[in-house]
Design a protein around this ligand. Structure first.
Ligand SMILES: [Mg+2]
Length: 190
């Protein structure tokens, strides 16, 4: 893949910047008595389709991660903070999430990245997996890293260049370029 212009890339948050599955499984064990599932068992973006857990429990855990990611101790993916900190020297960071609540994830991003790195960043939280292209257009972006295969396939249909962050729930569901780690993302432009 040719090197990309760092001014043209944006990022999804959950499953890309944030290790949402680690937090989901940990909260499930600690607060809801779930068994010891592993991330490799989450083979569908809709968790209720792949884990033997009541949908209400899944919804309750996701609500906690949505409303209070800091208290839930949501962690960044390995290498994400270093790569984003380096990228921020070259271009404003852009995050586009389908989370419908902006403030909690804004506070979380500021905490993990630090005030100075986060201050110039752009954050869109709009509650819809399928409208990310509107914001990519408005912000003048071309590349987008996301872990949801359907989102990435939709972006390609709309003329963007999505990159799938490899996760158990997107395996075999697309034929797009992939990255498996933040060092690999950094190598896209450096
Ligand atoms: Mg995601």
């Amino acid at each position: 893949m040719p090197k990309i212009d760092p001014k043209l890339i944006g990022f999804d948050i959950d499953g890309v910047v944030a290790d949402t599955v680690e937090a989901f499984l940990r909260l499930g064990r600690e607060r809801y008595g779930l068994g010891r599932f592993t991330p490799s068992q989450i083979t569908d973006f809709e968790v209720a389709r792949c884990l033997p857990v009541a949908p209400e429990v899944i919804d309750a855990i996701f609500a906690e991660l949505l409303e209070n990611p800091i208290d839930a101790d949501l962690k960044p993916m390995s290498g994400a903070v270093a790569a984003l900190t380096a990228l921020a020297q070259r271009a404003p960071l852009t995050f586009i999430t389908a989370r419908p609540l902006r403030q909690p994830i804004e506070d979380w991003l500021r905490l993990i990245l630090g005030r100075e790195v986060f201050a110039p960043a752009r954050l869109v939280a709009m509650g819809d997996h399928d409208r990310k292209s509107d914001y990519l257009s408005a912000l003048g972006l071309r590349y987008f890293v996301d872990d949801r295969a359907e989102t990435c396939l939709g972006l390609r249909r709309q003329g963007f260049s999505p990159i799938v962050f490899s996760q158990p729930w997107n395996q075999g569901r697309h034929d797009l370029p992939t990255v498996a780690s933040w060092p690999e993302i950094e190598a896209l432009w450096s």
